[in-house]
Design a protein around this ligand. Structure first.
Ligand SMILES: [Mg+2]
Length: 211
């Protein structure tokens, strides 16, 4: 029988695990989960079930997690510290904006008057730092920032509190369930090749839900 292998999950931060606001007026009905000193957007609102996902990964014997964000600065460092406390475990790696590649987008829309900058996160950098094979790295993000390793990424709907949908957002709970049930014996690219890879809070669940 094939043995299950360790899996490294590379998590995006902003609009995937949390939302950061520059003013309390932006989310008037809810207290922030954390206030980050030294940041232009200090009020951090966790996405529902972000703690379940992080603890689930931290407590699973064959799961590891790291953070790959296009953000940077003191506030982001403090947010990573907060998430590590929630998980009860530090991340295996933490890459900020300095590890993101920015390239000129090669298409022009009808109302664009110039080229735009496109973010690219390259999992080969994660591979080099952690020693994990690309077969064993899964990335979660709310933006299509993995064109170089499309097969390694699952995408979630952007999280912005204040949506009427907020309380019902079970995106991360479903992702947590999927990763708990997933038996990693081959390659994430093969496993997810013909499966839905977009998680929306409005769509039919792609894995079993708790009752
Ligand atoms: Mg994001």
């Amino acid at each position: 029988m094939l043995k299950e292998k360790p899996l490294l999950v590379s998590l995006d931060l902003d609009e995937t695990l949390y939302y950061r606001a520059d003013s309390l007026d932006q989310v008037p009905y809810r207290e922030p989960n954390k206030v980050l000193p030294g940041s232009l957007a200090p009020y951090l609102y966790l996405r529902p079930h972000a703690d379940d996902l992080l603890r689930g990964l931290a407590n699973h014997p064959l799961r590891h997690f790291g953070f790959f964000t296009a953000s940077c600065g003191e506030g982001t460092d403090a947010a990573v510290e907060f998430l590590s406390e929630l998980a009860g475990h530090p991340p295996l790696f933490y890459f900020d904006r300095s590890r993101v590649t920015f390239r000129c987008a090669d298409s022009f829309g009808p109302y664009n008057y110039g080229p735009s900058r496109e973010q690219v996160k390259d999992l080969k950098k994660v591979k080099r730092t952690t020693g994990f094979s690309l077969d064993d790295i899964l990335a979660i993000d709310d933006k299509p920032v993995y064109p170089r390793q499309y097969g390694n990424a699952l995408y979630v709907e952007e999280y912005v509190p204040g949506d009427t949908n907020d309380d019902r957002d079970n995106t991360l709970l479903r992702l947590h369930r999927l990763l708990t049930e997933y038996r990693h014996i081959d390659s994430v690219r093969h496993h997810f090749a013909n499966k839905p890879r977009y998680f929306s809070s409005w769509e039919t669940p792609q894995c079993s839900l708790p009752t």
